[in-house]
Design a protein around this ligand. Structure first.
Ligand SMILES: NC(=O)c1ccc[n+]([C@@H]2O[C@H](COP(=O)([O-])OP(=O)(O)OC[C@H]3O[C@@H](n4cnc5c(N)ncnc54)[C@H](O)[C@@H]3O)[C@@H](O)[C@H]2O)c1
Length: 469
């Protein structure tokens, strides 16, 4: 520990992120888009990384998707100063109506949109909305985000933002063209241990970071087969695809620590999966007594454990795992391994070490934790815990998003992050289909990763948005 303490407070040395403001004709845009898809020839014309949209005194929000996840976002947003909730949309009227109850007796008076599959478009078309917040099934994310940006709205979209490479590029192209933010709602970037390790990394605690690991290991077997947990069984249907279906919870925090898209980039990956030993047998067993499950019997499901390794351009490695069936404790791993120290979050509690003899004692850990407490946690960590949402991280994420929009600051997570992090799903699937051969990861930044500034963990600007409990 002493060795590391010596190097604690190295300055991060943030440099400004310049961007080139070019205006494209529709034909030019289409041609760039086609080139990117077909030839992987990248030519960013407007860099959304570090882009600061004009500040908004009030952020007027329209929510789309109010199933399990959406209403908790409504509940968090209503507690943030300078938010006006204008619209609540869900295909199912009862979901939209229930969400409206959350803002009863507050200053928010949202209109309800429901009943048809395209009702959400009306929300995006409204002139008095600034931000569309999307919490629908995965296959709807990109089309909704693109339509919203095309109609002049910033977008916050649940994870993953896209399900195919084409969709990843659509997000990038639309955000650049419209100059609207497209943030992927990767709440794990705002969890307390992840923020702590990001701050430590930035201040040199780990030395040069060599290798990181992340995961989404969460037993959702019963939930995925439940008749009413996910609307129209969308999540079970997604599991008919192979690969790492949900890479961003593990990857997002690590990507920020490794400055992916902001100093480094993911170069290529190799992916390997086990066979499926759990989902097809469960579908078969359920279908034997209940015809509801017949469409899922005799189908091929995702291999239960997927392991994907990623090489970065600067010679670092990332290992990602995805397993949402095995009966084992929840884990996102979150390993940060550097030349001077190591951190590991799971199995909880999170730990830190600087030698091969073991982890810091809880007392030593506390010293480090206090020294590196990130400014955002110092400022509203306790309030976030009170509001809740996965222990407070969801609130930190929403508060920071609103604070940046109100103060006209770049977002911590931009469209290139949304695209790169989401691209692991289709790319891992491609590698699996080809005996785990390596697959290139597109550079969604078109070379700007070399000069883009890292995420501002120091809360240098803004931070003045109040919380209403
Ligand atoms: N970041 C996290 O920690 C976290 C946690 C849970 C879920 N999620 C994400 O949130 C999203 C939603 O998940 P969920 O568990 O709430 O699913 P859900 O099925 O409970 O909710 C989805 C909602 O979308 C609605 N919907 C479907 N089609 C629509 C349409 N055309 N127009 C309007 N509404 C439509 C459905 O009626 C449903 O209420 C997913 O992307 C999921 O990955 C993220």
């Amino acid at each position: 520990m002493k060795n590391n303490l010596r190097d604690f407070l190295k300055s991060a040395g943030l440099t400004g992120a310049g961007f080139f403001a070019g205006i494209l004709s529709p034909a030019e845009s289409q041609s760039i888009y086609d080139n990117r898809i077909l030839n992987k020839e990248n030519a960013t014309r407007f860099n959304m990384c570090g882009y600061a949209a004009p500040g908004l005194e009030t952020v007027r929000i329209g929510f789309i998707g109010l199933g399990n996840r959406g209403p908790s976002a409504v509940n968090r947003m209503r507690r943030i100063e300078g938010v006006d909730i204008k619209a609540l949309c869900d295909l199912r009227q009862e979901k939209a109506t229930a969400a409206k109850k959350i803002v009863e007796n507050t200053l928010h008076h949202p209109d309800i949109y429901s009943g048809t599959e395209h009702e959400w478009k009306k929300v995006c078309e409204r002139k008095d909305i600034d931000l569309i917040y999307i919490a629908t099934p995965w296959h709807l994310h990109t089309s909704m985000a693109v339509y919203a940006m095309e109609h002049g709205k910033h977008v916050a979209v649940e994870v993953p933002a896209a399900t195919s490479l084409e969709e990843c590029w659509q997000l990038v192209q639309t955000s650049e063209k419209s100059r609207k933010h497209c943030m992927i709602l990767e709440n794990c970037c705002y969890d307390f241990f992840e923020l702590l390790t990001l701050n430590m990394a930035r201040q040199g605690f780990f030395g040069e970071i060599i290798h990181c690991e992340g995961a989404y290991i969460h037993d959702l077997l019963e939930g995925n087969f439940s008749k009413d947990k996910y609307h129209n069984m969308w999540r079970l249907k997604e599991n008919l695809n192979n690969g790492n279906l949900y890479p961003t919870h593990g990857l997002g925090p690590i990507a920020q620590i490794l400055n992916i898209n902001r100093g480094d980039k993911m170069d290529y990956l190799v992916s390997m999966s086990t066979h499926d030993f759990m989902m097809a047998p469960m579908a078969k067993e359920l279908a034997a007594n209940d015809n509801f499950y017949s469409p899922y019997a005799n189908k091929s499901f995702r291999g239960n454990m997927n392991t994907t390794t990623i090489q970065t351009a600067r010679g670092k490695t990332i290992m990602l795992q995805h397993d949402v069936t095995s009966p084992r404790p929840y884990s996102r791993i979150h390993l940060v391994s550097g030349t001077k120290a190591t951190a590991l979050k799971y199995p909880l509690p999170g730990r830190i070490s600087s030698n091969h003899e073991g982890w810091l004692t809880p007392k030593e850990f506390e010293v480090v934790e206090k020294k590196f407490e990130p400014p955002i946690v110092k400022k509203i960590g306790e309030l976030a815990k009170q509001v809740g949402g996965h222990g407070g991280m969801d609130f930190l994420m929403d508060w920071r998003l609103i604070d940046c929009l109100r103060n006209g600051l770049p977002l911590d997570i931009d469209v290139y992050d949304a695209a790169a992090w989401s691209s692991i799903k289709p790319l891992s699937s491609k590698s699996l289909a080809n005996r785990s051969n390596s697959v290139d990861i597109p550079d969604f930044t078109a070379g700007s990763w070399k000069t883009n500034a890292p995420v501002d963990v120091f809360l240098q600007k803004g931070g003045n948005t109040k919380v209403v409990l």
